[in-house]
Write a protein that binds this ligand. Structure first.
Ligand SMILES: [Zn+2]
Length: 114
């Protein structure tokens, strides 16, 4: 049976690339929550005369979307890339099943629209 386990360095690099690509495609922001209709707005969007990118949201969802704006992508991607270096030199002190960076990478690689 072939070993289908993904290399941790590849997993981390794939997640970093996905973060960068997805953020590059999104509106750059900065994003903020607007209480009118519980909307998330971006400074670089002017749909129908307003900078709204999503509206009629559940308040905690709007807070989460605003928190996870595209500006978060590069610092996270850089951290994942840096941690990939630790895995390539066997310097990560975590078991692969418990490594926080790998857990994050797996969530990113398994989530979204691919
Ligand atoms: Zn690790």
């Amino acid at each position: 049976m072939a070993d289908t386990k993904i290399n941790p360095v590849e997993e981390l690099g794939t997640a970093a690339a996905k973060l960068r690509h997805t953020a590059a495609e999104a509106h750059g922001g900065p994003w903020a929550r607007c209480d009118v209709g519980v909307a998330v707005i971006s400074a670089d969007v002017q749909l129908y005369g307003a900078p709204c990118i999503a509206d009629r949201l559940y308040e905690p969802d709007a807070d989460w979307i605003t928190l996870a704006h595209p500006g978060l992508a590069e610092p996270l991607a850089a951290w994942l890339d840096d941690h990939a270096s630790d895995h390539s030199t066997y310097d990560c002190g975590w078991d692969d099943s418990e490594c926080p960076a790998l857990s994050l990478a797996r969530e990113i690689n398994g989530g979204g629209r691919g």
